[in-house]
Structure formats: C-alpha cells, structure tokens
Design a protein around this ligand. Sequence first.
Ligand SMILES: Nc1ncnc2c1ncn2[C@@H]1O[C@H](COP(=O)(O)OP(=O)(O)OP(=O)(O)O)[C@@H](O)[C@H]1O
Ligand SMILES: [Mg+2]
Length: 291
Amino acid sequence: MTLHTSRKTLHEDQAAALRALVSGGRPQATTIAVTSGKGGVGKSNVAVNLAVALAERGLKVCLLDLDLGLANADLLMNLHSARNLGHVIEGDVSLEDIMQEGPGGVHVIPGASGLARLADLSEFERQRLMQQFRNLEAEHDFLIMDLGAGISNNVLSFACAADTVLVVTSPEPTALADAYSTIKLLVYRNRASDIELVVNMVESNKEAKATYERLAGVASRFLKLPVTSAGYILTDDAVTLAVRARMPFVLHAPRCHASACIRALARRYARNVETPAREVGFFRRVAQLFM
Ligand SMILES: Nc1ncnc2c1ncn2[C@@H]1O[C@H](COP(=O)(O)OP(=O)(O)OP(=O)(O)O)[C@@H](O)[C@H]1O
Ligand SMILES: [Mg+2]
C-alpha cells in the first residue's frame, strides 16, 4: 500500500515535471494587451500579425478581439462569426463554441459587446466563466488582445491585468500625445511596469527611435515610468494590399518590410516566454479588477 502510494506520488511528480518541461515551467499564457490612444494607428494589424508571427514560431496563440467598435480581427482574417464573447458572458454558449481557427493556426475569440455585464454576474456565473478562461490560458502560450483605442474602464481593466501592455502609436504628434494620455491613465490605475511602445508607420529606424525617445523621455520625467521600446513597423504598401485582401500581411506578403518588422517583434516576445509567469493568471487578475 505504502509502495503503491509512493509510486503514485512519484508518477504525479513525473507528470508535473513533464508538464513543466513542455510548458517551459509556465502554466499560464503570456498576455499582451494591444492598445493605443488614437484610433487608426495600426493596433489591429499589430495584434493580428504578431499573433500569426508567434504561431509561425510554433507557439500556441489565441487572439481576443476585445475592440468594442468594429470586429477588427474578423475583418483582417476573413472570419465570419455570429457569436462572440458577449454570448459567452450571457451564458448562452461556451468559449470553446465561439473560438475559431484563423489563418496561420491562430485561435480567435471574436469581439465582445457585453463586457460591462461582467460586473453583474452571479458567483456561479462568474466561476463558470473563470474556469473557461483558465482553460484558455492553460492551452495557449500567448493571449493577444486587441483592445481598441480610447480608454474605457473595461479596456483599462484588461490592460492593467495583462503581462505586457503594448501601446501602438504612429510618429504623428497627435497620436503620440494620445499614446502618452493612455499611458498616464494606466499609471493612475497603478500600472507601473511592462508598458511597451511600438511605433508603426515609420519611414526609418531613425524616425522610430526619435519617436520612442520623445515619449519615453516625457513618461520618465512626468510619470517616473520607464517605457520600453518593443520595436517599430515600417510604412509599407503591402499592409494596405493585405488589408484589402482580408489577410494578415505576414502571410499575404511574407517578405515585405512590415513582415520583417513584425517578425522581429515576435522574436522578442518568444524569447521573453522563458521568464517565469506570474503566479496568478491573467483572468483572475481581471476578475479582481472587475468583479
Ligand atoms: N505599417 C503600415 N504601413 C502602411 N499602412 C498601414 C500600416 N499600418 C497600418 N496601416 C494602415 O492603417 C489602417 C488602419 O490600421 P488598423 O485597422 O490596424 O488600425 P487600428 O488602430 O486597429 O484602427 P481602429 O482604431 O479603427 O481599430 C490599415 O487599414 C492600413 O491601411
Ligand atoms: Mg482596430
């Protein structure tokens, strides 16, 4: 009996060790919240193409389209979904029911309209939802969220709970000013680390660097906050063509300049996946903020 028990324990230990090996020691997905101050600066393109580029590296990626405006990921990936996260929150369907397989093997959870309802869920409904989200985290290496622009309370909650907040801006002064306002709001909500900037639609590495330094300088001086540079994406006609073809540009034009930039971004995050995860998963952190 004792032998049997100890064998079982040994077996369980081995299973745990194997899981840790396979998952690189992290039971939870790394969550990246993609947001911006100004609209139209390229958030959805960054979110979708980063997701595909990470999947190309053999990682399991789920893209959550949380933009409450247009269903951006659907448009950029040519998906058609009748049901979304709002229906899951209402309890009509499960997360698994609405998850779609997008280009490049990326899993896609289509946009939500009922996020505000999260606050009114009963304990039973909340637990049921959290269990589904925990499964989602356990089954993926990365959850990439397209949060949309303009910072609503819901967007802020999701952004605050993510491992990394990736703020997208263009080099235009208005976009940069709005990016700064967004970062300021995050800091007011006690988000004091892992805020990164990607500068989209630049003509050169030099322009990207100057844009980043302007924002990082102001954030450091007035918010005492380090903003990390995640990289940049060159202005590229191939992006517009891919959008028209309703395909991620990394698949439509794998060798274009913008694709090379996105791959560099993905390489950086794929490397970071080795760092230990937080003990509390993303959705539990969201729940603590929302509910
Ligand atoms: N690197 C780029 N090079 C050229 N054009 C680009 C680039 N990035 C984005 N665009 C153009 O900008 C448009 C808007 O991009 P996208 O939809 O990704 O922005 P968004 O920030 O998600 O917008 P919204 O705020 O409306 O959700 C694209 O349709 C494309 O035409
Ligand atoms: Mg968008």
